[in-house]
Design a protein around this ligand. Structure first.
Ligand code: HEM
Length: 492
């Protein structure tokens, strides 16, 4: 099986033009008219079909992460972690799994510049023998909000103003002044890494805690980290303006050209592993994705390497129609109770059924490469040809049976229904540690970006004092510097 050979080119082997239904086209230059000047006859079906197809060439862009580039390659296990997980594709060093990866920016539209300050998506689809495993992460290890209820508002605040259609800083400053949990992510967003040099020189993170389960049914929490072997590089503001000004697709081009030149981008996959028995021993909630797990306590352990060695053949098929889903788990890997992750389990297929149609998983780039079987088909654009009489289960006429049972986390869960925030918020400590780990020039650039954001003419004194108060709680000297440069005081 060639995992990359999706469309049979034999379907397109005619030497002459045809209509979509295969009839010969003897003139692809002129419309059928009455006389030499027209009018055009409606019976020119070839013209009608050609225009109709053209008029429907665009599909709705992703509501977030619309701008992206993808490439194919493989993931190879380099270290044995079979004591942690029974995932087949992680079973032993040397095992390779085909992958497709999509990098993206988050906020702006499909054709927007790739040099804007924005998180970057880092989504990997592993075509395993037990179905697709999608690790749909970002280039920051933390996220702005910790409850899905706030996600649409957070995105609206970042997206262009619905009146002016321009991204406006005051809306971001305003919304997030109500969300101190966002500070840890703003310590990445307004840092130099807020504009990666390109997709090859950035890290990736699964962000959430996931669960590994081994053959014996033992569970561990795990976080995933991708580290580029060529190092992390960023663009400072002036460089970003220069690069973006000369090519608004510079990162897509860089990825494509590197692979075409045989300079294959590579990342090492590391995991951090936590025994769930220890989850209460931290001053933060380990399932809170506004937090990183300290690497001195939970060290990074290498697992494998990701190599991108093949460019896509067709952008529409393998980028626009590509659909990732954090719900796609394989035996041996499971979710955690992270609330935001739980909501993502719903959101992706929901949007993709709208964006691509209910049978989007039949599209070659999204379909599993292993044998699969169920009765969830029909609906718009079902193009799976099935010749069978039993489409229900169970049946004495259909030998398909349940798969072998695989282990799931066995922890007993109890609780009453409630709507609440997590207990250990601890919003200020980690961004402070991050800020203090930077060299003075990096700290200055961070402060400069905040000064710019907070001096937007629509940002009020109240906003400024809230933000100065937040950053003072993160780091006293940071708050003081902001206050003195803004000639303002924190609202403590
Ligand atoms: C409740 C929170 C979230 C919701 C509701 C949400 C929703 C969505 C939706 C609707 C899409 C478009 C999918 C498509 O059209 O194919 C998307 C894309 C994406 N999201 Fe999220 N998201 C959330 C949080 C996150 C987080 C925390 C991360 C990173 C860890 C993330 C990473 C991505 C990436 C990388 C993509 C682009 C996938 C691609 O390249 O096609 N999202 N998200």
């Amino acid at each position: 099986m060639d995992p990359y050979k999706f469309r049979p080119s034999s379907a397109f082997d005619s030497n002459f033009w045809t209509t979509n239904y295969g009839a010969p086209v003897w003139n692809n230059d002129s419309s059928l008219t009455l006389g030499t000047r027209g009018p055009i006859l409606l019976e020119d079906y070839h013209l009608v079909e050609k225009l109709a197809n053209f008029e429907r060439e665009r599909i709705p862009e992703r509501v977030v992460h619309a701008r992206g580039a993808s490439a194919k390659g493989f993931f190879e296990v380099t270290h044995d972690i079979s004591h942690l997980t029974c995932a087949d594709f992680l079973r032993a060093p040397g095992v390779q799994t085909p992958v497709i990866v999509r990098f993206s920016t988050v906020i702006h539209e499909r054709g927007s510049p790739e040099t804007l300050r924005d998180p970057r998506g880092f989504a990997v689809k592993f075509y395993t023998r037990e179905g697709n495993f999608d690790l749909v992460g970002n280039n920051f290890p933390v996220f702005f909000v910790r409850d899905a209820m706030k996600f649409p508002d957070a995105i609206h605040a970042f997206k262009p103003n619905p009146k002016t259609n321009i991204q406006e800083n005051w809306r971001i400053i305003d919304f997030f002044s109500h969300q101190p949990e966002s500070l840890s992510t703003f310590a990445w967003f307004y840092d130099d890494v807020g504009i990666p040099q390109d997709y090859r020189h950035m890290e990736g993170f699964g962000v959430h805690a996931f669960t590994f389960i081994n053959k014996a049914g033992q569970s561990h929490y795990v976080k995933f980290h991708w580290k580029p072997t060529c190092g992390v590089k960023c663009l400072l503001e002036e460089e970003a303006i220069r690069v973006g000004g000369s090519n608004h697709s510079h990162a897509t081009k860089d990825l494509y050209d590197s692979i075409a030149a045989g300079n294959y981008p590579e990342w090492t996959l590391y995991i951090q592993v936590m025994d769930p028995a220890h989850e209460d021993s931290f001053d933060f909630d380990p399932l809170d994705m506004t937090k990183i797990w300290p690497e001195d306590i939970l060290p990074l352990q290498p697992v494998g390497r990701l190599v991108l060695n093949k460019n896509i053949d067709n952008f529409f098929n393998e980028n626009e129609q590509l659909a990732f889903n954090p719900a796609f788990m394989v035996p041996g890997i499971y979710f955690s109770d992270d609330k935001l992750l739980q909501a993502r389990i719903f959101a992706y297929s929901d949007t993709q059924r709208y964006r691509l149609g209910p049978n989007y998983l039949q599209l070659p780039v999204n379909a599993p490469k292993c044998a699969h079987h169920n009765n969830h088909y029909d609906g718009f654009m079902n193009f799976m040809h099935r010749d069978e009489e039993v489409n229900y289960f169970p049946s004495k006429f259909d030998p398909v049976r349940h798969a072998e049972r695989f282990p799931m986390p066995s922890r007993i869960l109890t609780g009453k229904r409630e709507k609440c925030i997590i207990e250990k918020e601890n919003n200020f400590k980690q961004p402070g540690e991050r800020y203090r780990s930077w060299a003075p020039d990096r700290q200055d650039r961070f402060i400069g970006r905040w000064i710019k954001a907070l001096t937007d003419h629509r940002v009020t004194h109240e906003h400024r004092s809230i933000w100065i108060s937040y950053w003072t709680q993160v780091d006293k000297s940071l708050g003081q510097k902001l206050a003195s440069r803004l000639n303002a005081r924190p609202s403590m």
